[in-house]
Design a protein around this ligand. Structure first.
Ligand SMILES: [Zn+2]
Length: 182
């Protein structure tokens, strides 16, 4: 099925009447909230939006997205790449009052006349972000302070030592316990 490229703003009535389907990739420019989180190796998020009207006459926009963001692993504090694949059906309503009357399975998209697809994509991506991110069990990186490179440290002297985290030894002990349990 062919799809038009993902525009910024679309006219709701026209899009619904034509059952328009838009598809495209958005990057940091279109998703400013995610500029810092996008994976530098795959900095684009694929977005497909399909408009239509269901049996009850409710206008909707079905949004499917796929892309990666880089978050901080809450176990080792190193970057972890998370794939996000939000997939939702939004009921297009003009105000909060009508939003309350949407049938289950439809999230409200409050818009009159026009809808900003980049904004919708950004919102859906934000909702899909995990509250906490972790590497898969056993794949965390060992703390960096565990393997100091000698030549670098000798020059810096004691200031570097002072900044070493006293808990890093403890956390590496805990981590080795984790692997033994497996
Ligand atoms: Zn980790």
């Amino acid at each position: 099925m062919s799809a038009a490229p993902l525009p910024n703003r679309v006219n709701i009535r026209k899009a619904v009447t034509r059952s328009a389907r838009y598809s495209g990739s958005l990057g940091a420019e279109q998703l400013p909230q995610f500029a810092e989180l996008l994976d530098p190796r795959a900095p684009l998020i694929n977005v497909t939006v399909e408009f239509g009207e269901d049996e009850e006459g409710q206008q909707f926009a079905a949004v499917e997205m796929q892309g990666s963001v880089v978050l901080e692993c809450q176990r080792c504090l190193q970057p972890v790449v998370c794939e996000l694949t939000p997939d939702s059906r939004l009921g297009i309503v003009p105000d909060d009052e009508q939003a309350k009357q949407l049938s289950a399975g439809l999230e409200p998209l409050i818009a009159v006349d026009e809808v900003d697809l980049w904004e919708v994509a950004e919102e859906e991506l934000a909702l899909a972000l995990p509250v906490v991110a972790y590497h898969p069990q056993g794949e965390c990186e060992p703390p960096k302070s565990d393997r100091p490179s000698r030549s670098d440290n000798e020059e810096l002297g004691s200031t570097d030592k002072a900044s070493e985290n006293p808990f890093s030894v403890l956390s590496s002990l805990l981590e080795s316990n984790d692997t033994k349990e497996k």
